[in-house]
Ligand binder design. Structure first.
Ligand code: BGC
Length: 259
């Protein structure tokens, strides 16, 4: 009999889109289609819960979806401590202090795991992507609307590092100065942007001395154009799972029963 593949569902809640899919947990790949809806305006709790249900229904309606329940993991742009969302980046402030995991579990009708979005992307890259098999210390930085971070050593995640908010060179919240959104907003070209990113990565190098940095987020598609311009000593690589890293990592942590 053919070995049954292990499946999970991952859902990535972002400021602009809520996307999810069925994930082959052995390969770290999406099975079937990626399902996506627009994030409801301002991302308050109730409409987000409804949107997540829509995405989940779509995933489950696919031909490839199994009849039996599979583990579910979600991620969102928030500090998440044992299921409680403690901050709200690009989502409504009513998430701060909310029992987010319980809200999702109750709405979905099944226990779920919930983690920070960059942590999910980090686990995705370490288990299946650019840092697969690397047992040392890996720092995954997501460059998008904000700057997210994941710190993983020996495959184990130290969650909620939130290193996008470092104060550096007189900038009280560095992500506002150096995220991909800041680059677009200010019309910076890659050399100008990387002049801002170099001191940031140098600081991270000094603080954590990781074995490697992995750059995730939409911009990782064009990594060969800007990564060489970031002048640091630590190897810096582009993410491999691209926009699916959060979905895949959330599904993997869901299958682990991450608390
Ligand atoms: C948030 C993080 C999030 C990152 C990427 C930051 O603004 O504070 O929680 O991981 O954006 O979405």
């Amino acid at each position: 009999m053919a070995k049954q593949r292990r499946l999970g569902i991952g859902i990535d809640i972002g400021g602009t889109g809520i996307k999810g899919g069925l994930v082959d947990l052995d390969k770290g790949r999406l099975v079937g289609e990626r399902c996506k809806v627009k994030t409801p305006s301002g991302a308050p709790i109730e409409p987000v819960l409804e949107a997540v249900t829509t995405v989940l229904d779509e995933i489950r309606a696919q031909k490839k979806a199994p009849a039996e329940p599979v583990p579910i993991g979600l991620c969102m742009p928030s500090i998440v401590v044992h299921g409680e969302s403690r901050t709200a980046a690009n989502i409504d402030a009513e998430w701060i202090g909310a029992p987010a995991r319980t809200l999702f579990s109750t709405t979905i009708g099944q226990p779920v795991s919930l983690v920070n979005d960059a942590d999910a992307a980090g686990i995705g890259e370490v288990r299946y992507g650019a840092a697969k098999g690397d047992t040392g210390s890996v720092m995954v930085i997501t460059l998008g609307t904000g700057i997210g971070s994941a710190l993983i050593h020996g495959g184990h995640l130290f969650p909620n590092t939130e290193l996008g908010h470092l104060e550096l060179d007189g900038h009280p919240d560095y992500e506002r100065y150096a995220s991909a959104r800041a680059m677009e907003r200010e019309g910076l070209d890659y050399p100008e942007w990387c002049k801002r990113l170099t001191p940031y990565f140098r600081k991270l190098e000094r603080l954590f001395a990781p074995d490697e940095f992995i750059i995730s987020g939409g911009v990782s598609k064009r990594a060969d154009e800007f990564l060489p311009l970031i002048d640091i000593d630590t190897p810096i690589l582009a993410a491999k799972l691209k926009n699916n890293a959060g979905i895949v990592g959330a599904a993997a942590l869901g299958a682990d029963g991450w608390d």
